[in-house]
Design a protein around this ligand. Structure first.
Ligand code: PXP
Length: 241
């Protein structure tokens, strides 16, 4: 049964719109946990556009389940992760001008640096996933870098505009899962997944955890976070539509 890690970044986006103290992403995270989330994801961006350092610190002290810290592979973030000790670090590419993470890591460009970051965090007992596009070359490079696992970028699948393209993208994800498993890596997946498109990915099998944010936070405006998490948890766990 796949796990659900709820990304609460967009609760912080609303808070930061007024630079206020609410809505608090930590409160939302703990409510998501009570509703059945298996873990929480927070992305501490270099520009601190949504999640703030205190959010991660307080969540680390209060969360009972698993904390996934998403971050760029910078010296500043490595230092914070070493202090915070999240249960998992997911390394992502980060561009200041992007609305959200746009693609997987460019492993060719960053290989030496990523290897160093993965080793440093690993020596401290923190497993690392690399966020990559569903490509065989990226899976093999992730294995060479020594990451515990990969998070497969599902954005191209989620954004596919016609059924043929969507099927093809789903096939790429399926192939990537099989290869990563063969190499002994843990497989997570996320980005752009919602209540309509997640089931097809969940039914592929082999994906241990889904990191889902925007669609859950958006739905929680209508039905509350408790109900929004429960509904997504059912889809992720059963692979049903
Ligand atoms: N996984 C990663 C690596 C991400 O960067 C994001 C977006 O912050 C997500 C998952 C969640 O994506 P979404 O908010 O579209 O569900």
């Amino acid at each position: 049964m796949a796990r659900l890690s709820v990304n609460v970044d967009h609760v912080a986006t609303v808070r930061q719109a007024r630079l206020d103290t609410e809505p608090d992403p930590v409160t939302a995270a703990l409510m998501a946990e009570l509703a059945g989330a298996d873990g929480i994801t927070m992305h501490l961006r270099e520009d601190r556009r949504h999640i703030q350092d205190r959010d991660l610190r307080i969540l680390r002290e209060t969360l009972k389940t698993s904390l996934n810290m998403e971050m760029g592979a910078t010296d500043e973030m490595v230092e914070i992760a070493l202090e915070l000790k999240p249960d998992l670090v997911t390394l992502v590419p980060e561009k200041r001008e992007e609305l959200t993470t746009e693609g997987g890591l460019d492993l060719g460009l960053d290989m030496a640096r990523l290897k160093g970051v993965v080793a440093t965090l690993g020596d401290s007992g923190i497993p690392v996933n690399l966020f990559i596009d569903p490509e065989a070359d990226s899976i093999r490079k992730s294995h060479k870098i020594g990451s515990a696992g990969v998070e497969i970028h599902t954005g191209a699948y989620a954004n596919a505009s016609d059924p043929g393209q969507r099927e093809a993208e789903l096939g790429r994800i399926g192939d990537a899962v099989i290869l990563a498993e063969k190499l002994g890596m843990k497989v997570h997946a996320g980005h752009g997944l919602d209540y309509r498109n997640v089931s097809a990915v969940a039914t592929l099998g082999g994906i241990e955890e889904f990191a889902i944010g925007f669609s859950i936070i958006a739905r929680s405006i209508y039905v509350g976070i408790n109900e929004a998490v429960r509904q997504m948890k059912v889809l992720v766990a059963a692979g049903a539509d």
